[in-house]
Unconditional design. Structure first.
Length: 248
């Protein structure tokens, strides 16, 4: 029995279901970890994928990093250094790397990336986040994020373990079920590093040009119809209408 099978066996008494892949899909059958603690989801992830599972962090806080590091201190964490981050976000990344002696990978934008004020938010996010991340993940088996259902309606149906069809990888969201209150409690109880902007009314923190204070994700791309940068798009991209350049 492999380590990951042992973890699944531990939950067998809970009738842990399996998410079956659709007919004709390349997706594997995946365990449905609904109601399973984040720590045990992480144990399964590292047992199943070893160090070929990597963790995405926006450096908004260090909750998922702390959880993952306690299971596997060698975990590789990647941060999308867009060139437009707040000073506080970069400072948070440095502090987190120092506290955990973290294996932190900083991903740069593509060559000559688009600028939001000229080509629009979509092109800017693509060249500074989506494409660098896609290139980085090509030789990985799985990736993890701190995405939570409580953050927005667009994330309300996310699962703890999903198939990222756009990249051909397993995606793991260990704290997907956590409420805002649970996140705050964990941060306080473990004295975690938090981006200082969180204390200034920024619930969600992205790049300077497209982030203002606000509840949930309402401060991101305010005044536009955009709600996600694209890194959590798990289905192959489909053609859509071009996004107009940002005003101003």
């Amino acid at each position: 029995m492999t380590p990951s099978e042992a973890i699944l066996e531990k939950h067998r008494h809970r009738h842990l279901p399996i998410i079956s892949a659709p007919a004709g899909s390349d997706a594997p059958d995946l365990p449905d970890f609904e109601g399973v603690p984040a720590e045990e989801i992480l144990e399964w992830a590292f047992a199943e994928f070893g160090l070929d599972v990597v963790l995405a962090s926006s450096m908004q806080d260090s909750v998922l990093i702390d959880l993952a590091w306690k299971v596997e201190p060698r975990v590789e964490v990647f941060f999308l250094d867009t060139g437009f981050h707040f000073y506080e976000t970069i400072a948070t990344a440095r502090s987190v790397r120092q506290r955990y002696n973290l294996n932190l990978v900083m991903l740069d934008p593509v060559d000559d990336p688009a600028v939001w004020s000229e080509e629009g938010y979509k092109a800017c996010c693509a060249g500074r986040k989506v494409v660098p991340m896609n290139n980085y993940l090509k030789d990985k088996k799985a990736w993890m994020s701190g995405l939570r259902r409580a953050e927005s309606e667009t994330r309300a149906h996310a699962k703890a373990v999903e198939w990222d069809a756009a990249r051909g990888l397993v995606k793991i969201n260990p704290i997907v079920e956590w409420s805002n209150k649970k996140v705050e409690h964990y941060i306080k109880h473990h004295d975690l590093i938090v981006n200082p902007l969180k204390l200034q009314g920024y619930d969600s923190i992205g790049c300077v040009p497209c982030t203002i204070p606000g509840n949930g994700r309402e401060g991101r791309w305010a005044g536009s119809l955009r709600v996600e940068c694209g890194i959590h798009q798990m289905h192959p991209a489909v053609a859509d209408q071009p996004e107009p350049p940002a005003a101003g």
